[in-house]
Each structure stands twice: as C-alpha cells, then as structure tokens.
Ligand binder design. Structure first.
Ligand code: DAH
Length: 357
C-alpha cells in the first residue's frame, strides 16, 4: 500500500461522511416530529447505522490517515445532531407563526360544559334516606327477585289474596316472583338478626300495571321500627317529623283507617297540601290536592303479630310500626309533576329542570 493509495482511501471515507450528512439532512427535511427524526438518526448513527458501517473502513487505513477520518466522522455526527436541532427549531417557529396568524376573539363567550343532574326520583330517594337517617333509621335493600314467602306468606298475606294473582304479580322461573312491594325487606331484615330493628328500604318494585298512572316498575320506600314498647304514637310522630322535613315545617298528617294484611291496625297516610295549605279559596282550585286539602302519601300501621311470629320474634315482647310509600308519588307532589310517565321518558328538557345543588 503506497501512501498515496492510503490517502485516497481516506479521502473517499471523508467524502462518504460528508455525503452521509447531506443525505440525512435531505431525509429529515420532510419530517415534522422529533420522534421520526430520531428514528432516522438511529439509522445513521446507531450501532448498526450507516456511520458505524463507514467506520469499519478505518481499520484498513494507514495509521497516519486515521485521525483525519475519525475527525470527519465526528463532524458528521455533530452535523447530524445539528440538523435535527435546526429542523426542530424551524418547526417550532412555524407553529408559533401559525398560532400568531390565527385570529382568536377572546371576548367570545366560552363553550361551557354542562354538568349532569340527578334524576328527580334519585333526588327524592336521597332526601328521604337523609331525613330518616337523621332519625336513626338504617338504609337496607333487598333483591328484586323474591320468594313468595318473603313477599306474601311471612307478611301474613293469605294464599288466596288478590295481590297474589297472576294478573297482578310477575311470576318468574323457579317459583320466584318479582317483588310487588318493598315489604319483604322487613322480613329479610328481621330474619337477619334480633330486635331492635329500625330501617328504611328504598327500591324498585314490580306489578302487572301499565297505564297513565301506573308503570310496571316503580320505586317505593319501606320503613320498619321494631323494639320493646314501640307504639302507634311513635309511628305518628315519625311520620309528622318526616313530612315536615320533606314538604315543609307546617305540614300536618291525617291517618285514615285502612287494611293491610301485615299491619293491625292499618292506616293510609295523608299529608296536608303544602301548595294551598288546605285554606280556601286557594284550596278549591288547587291542582295538587284537587280541592281536598290532603295528599295521599302511603300506607302504614302496627306490625301484625303474625309477621313478628313468622320471623321468630317474640310477639309478646316486642311491637313495631311499618310504613310504605311510593317515591314517584312523592316526587310528583314535591316537584309538581303532573304525569308519571315523564319520570321514565328521560327527556332532557324535563330532567334539566332538576339541577343538582
Ligand atoms: N306494601 C304496601 C304497598 O305496596 C305499602 C305499605 C302499607 C307498607 C302499609 C307498609 C305498611 O309497611 O305498613 O302498597
């Protein structure tokens, strides 16, 4: 090998490094992300990259020629990194220019994000839970698919009671039913432990009903308080405290004698109309109470001794009261909703009228 040959081989390598730099610059000129540029850079400078390939030629050079080639390799490396930096710089400049070019009217109103609201039936349920919780009631729930025993037998409802009719109750496979009221949660709670028991049980119930004033599924809330010396007076005081918190501090109640298999005595519960307050002349045209001055809100009574016995409680030792109310009815009364079906159509124009505070 003559010195000349060596020199020209070195020269070739030096030119190759220069071409590499130019080639790289051309390749990244069309790229706009740093990630893409770095990927290309790796193909040039990485372990198996083009520069590394060229460096293999170094060993064949005369030792005297090597420093110059090594230097050109370093220059190529630096130039490639420099090309990336300068391309990134140009791109950032272009972005900034584009931002500045765009005309933004900061005086336009913002595009607000509308928050969701709670469904009125959910609001009513939460409010009822809160009121009873404040009076020492625990919230319990039970399954929608129930045994006939929990839903009827244990509640002292005879086998030939009309509510058990296939026309009224949904029967499902395996001898089960869809619960027709929340009262079976009374049974489940008492079976689960000894007295005292002080619970409310909100939840959906099912009946074979579907018209303007009935939906096949609707929410109820049950109440049960069993202990020594629980009296009818306690029932009345509890209901008064509840309606006064729910409808307003001047609300009164009226108990009308009634019948339920699971309570004795039993009473229908009416709350005084909070809209006309039962006073004439407003009362005569009141759309809420329809001129009666009273709003029906549910049923109630003293737990029948047969129910206490069915769950193994000592009917001579403890007494209890129970009540049940329809949550859709409570929501209709409270918010002045005239058609039950509005609760289930999920029309946003309706639902948005119940802002979540
Ligand atoms: N379960 C009854 C119904 O669905 C409502 C009811 C009435 C529940 C009286 C009670 C009660 O706990 O004592 O119509």
């Amino acid at each position: 090998m003559t010195p000349n040959e060596g020199t020209s081989a070195a020269q070739d390598l030096i030119s190759a490094f220069e071409r590499l730099t130019a080639e790289f610059a051309a390749e990244i000129a069309s790229l706009s992300s740093e990630q893409d540029m770095r990927a290309v850079q790796a193909r040039y400078l990485g372990k198996k990259g083009k520069a590394t390939e060229l460096m293999k030629g170094l060993g064949r050079l005369a030792p005297a020629d090597r420093p110059a080639v090594g230097e050109s390799a370093n220059r190529a490396r630096a130039a490639i990194e420099q090309a990336v930096q300068s391309r990134l710089h140009d791109l950032a400049g272009a972005d900034l220019a584009a931002d500045l070019e765009r005309k933004i009217d900061v005086t336009l109103p913002g595009r607000g994000r509308r928050a969701g609201t709670l469904h009125p039936l959910t609001r009513v349920r939460l409010e009822i839970e809160q009121i009873f919780h404040g009076m020492g009631f625990e919230v319990r729930t039970g399954p929608w698919i129930e045994t006939e025993w929990n839903n009827f037998d244990a509640l002292n409802t005879p086998a030939d009671h009309p509510a058990r009719d296939m026309q009224d109750t949904f029967y499902v496979e395996g001898g089960f039913i869809l619960r027709s009221h929340t009262s079976p949660v009374q049974i489940r709670t008492m079976l689960a432990g000894p007295p005292p028991v002080k619970i409310i049980a909100p939840g959906n119930v099912f009946r074979r009903d579907d018209d303007a004033t009935h939906t096949p599924m609707f929410p109820q809330c049950e109440g049960l308080h069993v202990d020594r010396n629980v009296s009818f007076e306690d029932l009345k005081a509890t209901l008064i405290a509840f309606v006064q918190r729910f409808f307003g501090p001047d609300t009164q109640i009226r108990l009308r004698p009634s019948f339920f298999p699971f309570t004795e005595p039993s009473a229908e519960v009416d709350a005084s109309c909070f809209l006309c307050e039962g006073k004439q002349p407003a009362r005569s045209t009141c759309r809420l109470c329809k001129g009666t001055g009273w709003l029906e809100i549910g049923g109630s009574g003293m737990v029948h001794p047969n129910v206490l016995a069915a769950v193994g409680y000592d009917k001579y030792d403890v007494t209890g009261f129970a009540f049940g109310m329809g949550l859709s009815r409570m929501a209709m009364l409270k918010y002045g909703v005239s058609d039950l079906r509005l609760f289930y159509e999920n029309d946003l124009r309706f639902l948005r009228q119940f802002p979540t505070s």
